[in-house]
Design a protein around this ligand. Structure first.
Ligand code: NAP
Length: 267
């Protein structure tokens, strides 16, 4: 996509999306189709081969809230949408602080958390180390659905057999006697998850409460098979205006003062 296609040469207001999620990709695609904003998208740069986006993409940290505030000002950003993952709490804190300092309107787009349903066997955990402790003293066979930067916590409990699934390889491998690795990117269908749990004789699933449909298959499958899920609760996020859908973000953008202002349209 070139600059004019993205609205930049038409004097359109500038929107920065903090991404790394399916929702951010969907929002960029919806806005590309409308052409009312000059959209850019920011990724942390964690994933080696990110999926293609319908917006110019920058990669890497900003240097904390100060760095992001400076970026918002220098790049003359008019609106900021924090569409990062519900567990990307540091980035969300920085976004809230930077938007306040730079005087840029901020909206968070966060998918709802999964709720426990009848038949679910969930053990709630406060964070990942707590989840590892809650696997208990007896050896288990655990499907681990964590990012490769989070799995080191498993080394505190080397008695379990781990099946670790991540988008990029876990390097170096975990310092535990029994770990196997699968590299895969969702979405994962429930029937495939059921087959995986059975094939590896899994008796516990360690999952973050990410929400959304793409990775819910393992939760459905665990319920059907009577397998315990140790569910990591979401970290606290800053108090900012928050919506759950791309359509709600589009509505918010339309209500911003600059959206219909002639000054922003170069009139
Ligand atoms: P985090 O702990 O909240 O952020 C750590 C630092 O990474 C931030 O302070 C920031 O560095 C940089 N960063 C994070 N997101 C960024 C973005 N979208 N653009 C530019 N810099 C970013 O974040 P995380 O949990 O490591 O997640 C990193 C990325 O992966 C996010 O984009 C998130 O949406 C995505 N993701 C995370 C998870 C998860 O479970 N955590 C799952 C799926 C996708 P500076 O302070 O230098 O600006």
């Amino acid at each position: 996509m070139n600059a004019s296609e993205n609205g930049r040469e038409a004097g359109a207001p500038r929107l920065l999306i903090l991404g790394g999620t399916q929702e951010a990709r969907e929002l960029a695609a919806a806005l590309a189709a409308r052409g009312t904003y000059a959209v850019s998208l920011s990724l942390a740069g964690r994933t080696r081969n990110p999926l293609p986006m319908d917006a110019p993409t920058r990669s890497g940290g900003f240097g904390g809230a100060n760095g992001l505030a400076a970026y918002l000002t220098t790049e003359r950003i008019d609106a900021l949408v924090d569409a990062t993952h519900p567990f990307a709490a540091a980035m969300s804190r920085n976004a809230a602080e930077a938007a306040r300092r730079a005087g840029v309107p901020l909206l968070a787009l966060t998918r709802p958390a999964w709720e426990k349903r009848p038949g679910d066997i969930w053990t709630e955990a406060a964070d990942i180390p707590d989840a590892v402790r809650k696997l208990g003293p007896a050896p288990r066979r655990v499907l681990v659905a964590l990012g490769r930067n989070e799995v080191r916590a498993l080394e505190a409990a080397p008695r379990h057999a781990y099946l670790v699934r991540s988008i990029d390889p876990v390097e170096p491998p975990l310092d535990v006697p029994d770990a196997r690795y699968i590299e895969a990117r969702g979405p994962f269908a429930r029937d495939d998850e059921r087959a995986l749990l059975l094939a590896h004789r899994i008796d516990a699933v360690l999952s973050k409460n990410s929400g959304g449909t793409a990775t819910y298959g393992k939760i459905d499958a665990a319920r059907a098979l009577g397998i315990e899920v140790v569910m990591v609760a979401r970290p606290a996020r800053p108090e900012v205006e928050t919506v759950e859908s791309v359509a709600q973000v589009l509505g918010w953008l339309e209500r911003l003062p600059h959206h219909s202002s002639p000054a922003w349209r170069g009139v």
